[in-house]
Write a protein that binds this ligand. Structure first.
Ligand code: SF4
Length: 747
């Protein structure tokens, strides 16, 4: 029998509401949910392919356990026995840091991924944590940590009310936004222009977003921080810096003015290839607009000065008085945020509390650079133990991190590896145990992370659209059992994990003077939680303790899980509101405009003024029907314009004798790949572009469609030792390469 069910789309950061058509237990169609309070019916091609993705025949249905060198189907019991038997001896023999954890990007797109990895990390006590953040967004976390004292306090552009938006290194018409959750980002940009606002795009490629803009500045790769510093300089020089109502919350303005004194438009013009008048115009337009927001993403983060660029994005918002005001850049307030504490000094943000064992990279936000994972496994040092066991959750670093060949070999040398992954992919094929979560239609959904980045405050929750099929285990239970198996509790009831988290959270809440449950009995509060299972009770707890919650009766009109379930299309919590100084957790209690680590890194940026790439440089690109390496196994989402081709400018093609469609060998510091050329003037001369997430040609995977059109792994060209030093983020853009046309050769 056919029916419909609601499901929040987990396939990118936009979190659109979907209406699924379901026949039996099969999703036959997906369309945008017109009544969704946030997305209002928007859907993109990925969301429309939800059914195909859900039913992908290559999804693993049962756990796999390695026996006699082969991964074979096993029962859940056998699989968790194998995890406990493989992992515990490593931890007991070598200590907790010998067990590494790798969290991939899809973790933030599931409830389980939001609720359990932090518990695992705390229980295991390892410092060997690696995540996808050091491939794309750690610079933003670090700059927020240094400026605001909280690495997760990330202001987002007020897209629906701003008068002027400056995008740098961002292509939301393809990505649908990142670190800025906005269903129908393209429509919101068009609405901005329709209401008389202006859109400026700084991007080395003439992207679809750039084509929509009033002004497109085709900057040289890797120089965004220089341009932004020069804009800050212009604001000071021309007396345009005006903090407005922000002034009481900011310290370090005079020091900042001194720090950017040398970054004149004249001095950065050649490095950025942006003329002086344009730089001045960008700064003046920002200052003159009634409201404005600067937003930077991947292109500005994944470069040697990523943290400085991220910092300068917020500096410009602050200097023009646009931080924390409607139409500017504001701090969202999610329904599951912790109870806001009173404003005042906090503990601040510290980098480098420990360092990676081999290269001494400082931790950032508790993480080590994913680029360093291979050496942390394959290199012995006098101090410390290499990573001997690895837990990967929704991660495919063999494709997503620099120099996958080295990591590929290193993974084979591990004593034990367990992967939580729906696919046997380039990384999970090395595991001793693979634990496959169910398809998304069989899982509940709430966006814990993305609601903290949303351009409008709202809350939504969808229960599984179809029941778990026989033999499946909920991802929440998989991770709870994994925690138990990894920490010596193998065989215990997985519900104990949720119960412990609830006990600890409520126990802490009742001791906090600002909490609505201060002084109450935590056992009584726990007994009041609703929900059909542990994860739902945890969601109920977070909602009730959160800023809109009922405080377990203290605020009777407030949010609870029951109230949320009564609103299947979600509850709108209103536009973003000014929140300063409450979100600040710096030691001063103010926005610290020129933090010491940033000031210490500025001389490196100054040196970059004189740098000019001698030859071609490589950048990545994103396609609307892709999200990293996840979707290449879905026929509806590959082919057409979503192909792994090398974009290069016609002038470079002519000079090098490269012909459109013919193979070209690309050589970088980390290796070489061969890809078909696509000659296009959407890239600027001197720049070539390959998309990431491809390279599905390794043996031992089960990705039938992807293997038929594997593409090449762009990360194989990269030098894994190249990082943004403050954040440990890999340098993925602006990397020198050489090209050799292979005219007449077949791919
Ligand atoms: S924009 Fe993102 S969240 Fe929305 S339908 Fe597409 S993939 Fe899903």
């Amino acid at each position: 029998m056919s029916r419909t069910a609601l499901r929040i789309c987990p396939l990118c950061e936009a979190t659109c509401g979907l209406t699924l058509s379901i026949d039996g237990t099969r999703v036959t169609a997906a369309r945008g949910d017109r009544d969704d309070v946030f997305s209002r019916g928007f859907i993109c091609p990925k969301g429309a392919s939800f059914g195909a993705l859900d039913a992908d025949p290559d999804r693993l249905r049962t756990p796999l356990v390695r026996r006699d060198g082969e991964l074979r189907e096993a029962t859940w019991e056998e699989a968790f026995d194998a995890v406990a038997a493989g992992l515990r001896p490593v931890v007991e023999r070598h200590g907790p840091h010998a067990a590494g954890i790798v969290l991939g990007n899809p973790n933030v797109h599931t409830m389980a991924g939001a609720l359990y990895p932090t518990v695992l990390l705390g229980a295991l006590g390892t410092r060997a944590l690696f995540t996808a953040s050091t491939l794309d967004q750690m610079p933003k976390h670090v700059s927020s940590g240094l400026l605001f004292g909280d690495a997760n306090a990330i202001p987002v552009p007020d897209l629906d009310r701003t008068d002027h938006l400056l995008l740098i290194g961002a292509n939301p018409l393809e990505s649908n936004g990142s670190l800025c959750t906005a269903p129908d980002f393209p429509g919101r940009l068009k609405a901005l222009r329709a209401r008389g606002g202006t859109l400026t795009v700084v991007d080395l490629r003439r992207t679809r977003t750039a084509k929509l803009a009033d002004r497109h500045v085709a900057i040289r790769p890797g120089t965004d921080a220089l341009l932004l510093a020069a804009m800050a300089h212009v604001l000071f020089e021309e007396g345009l810096a005006d903090l407005g109502a922000l002034a009481p919350h900011i310290e370090g303005v005079t020091e900042l003015a001194d720090a950017v004194r040398d970054f004149t438009p004249e001095s950065v013009a050649a490095a950025c290839d942006v003329d002086i008048d344009t730089t001045r115009a960008l700064a003046r337009e920002l200052a003159a607009a009634p409201t404005a927001a600067v937003y930077g993403r991947i292109g500005s983060c994944t470069v040697p000065h990523g943290t400085l660029a991220s910092w300068l994005v917020d500096v410009l918002n602050i200097l023009t008085g646009n931080l924390d005001r409607p139409g500017g850049a504001l701090f969202p307030q999610a329904a599951t945020d912790r109870t806001p504490r009173p404003a005042g000094p906090g503990h601040g943000f510290t980098l480098g509390r420990w360092h990676s064992r081999v290269s001494g990279h400082p931790e950032a936000k508790g993480e080590l650079p994913l680029s360093a994972l291979a050496e942390e496994i394959d290199t012995a040092t006098e101090d410390g133990t290499p990573v001997r066991a690895l837990i990967t959750i929704a991660a495919n670093p063999v494709l997503s991190a620099p120099d996958g060949h080295r990591l590929d070999k290193a993974l084979d040398s591990l004593d034990f590896m367990v992967s939580v992954d729906p696919y046997l992919n380039e990384t999970s094929r090395h595991a001793h145990v693979v634990l496959p979560p169910p398809p998304p239609a069989q899982s509940p959904h709430h966006d814990f992370a993305f609601n903290t980045l949303a351009v409008r405050n709202q809350v939504r929750y969808t229960r599984p659209a179809v029941p778990l099929e026989p033999g499946r285990m909920a991802e929440t239970e998989i991770l709870a059992r994994l925690i138990l198996a990894a920490t010596g509790g193998h065989g215990a009831d997985p519900a104990a994990v949720d119960a412990l988290v609830i006990e600890q959270t409520l126990g802490k809440a009742v001791r906090e003077p600002h909490s609505p449950v201060h002084g109450r009995d935590p056992h009584d509060l726990a007994a009041r939680l609703t929900g059909t299972d542990g994860p739902e009770r945890r969601l109920d707890m977070m909602l009730r303790l959160g800023p809109y919650g009922d405080g377990f009766g203290a605020r009777p009109d407030g949010l609870t899980l029951e109230r949320l379930l009564a609103h299947p299309h979600g509850i709108d919590l209103g536009p973003l509101r000014p929140r300063l100084p409450q979100p600040l957790k710096t030691r001063s209690g103010k926005v610290e405009l020129l933090p010491a680590p940033i000031a210490a890194d500025l001389p490196r940026l100054k040196h970059a003024m004189a740098e000019r790439p001698a030859g071609l440089v490589l950048v990545g690109r994103r396609h609307l029907r892709s999200n990293n390496s996840w979707m290449h196994n879905i026929p509806a989402l590959t082919g057409g314009s979503n192909r792994c081709t090398l974009h290069l400018h016609p002038d470079d093609a002519t000079r090098l004798g490269v012909r459109d469609g013919e193979p070209v060998r690309v050589k970088g510091a980390g290796g070489e790949v061969t890809a078909p050329a696509e000659v296009t003037d959407t890239v600027r001369p001197g720049v070539v572009s390959l998309p990431h997430g491809w390279g599905h040609d390794r043996p031992g995977t089960r990705l039938g469609h992807a293997a038929g059109d594997p593409g090449v792994n762009v990360n194989q060209l990269l030098d894994g030792s190249l990082l943004d030093p403050l954040s440990g983020n890999a340098v993925l853009n602006g990397v020198p390469v050489t090209l050799t046309p292979l005219t007449g050769a077949k791919l």
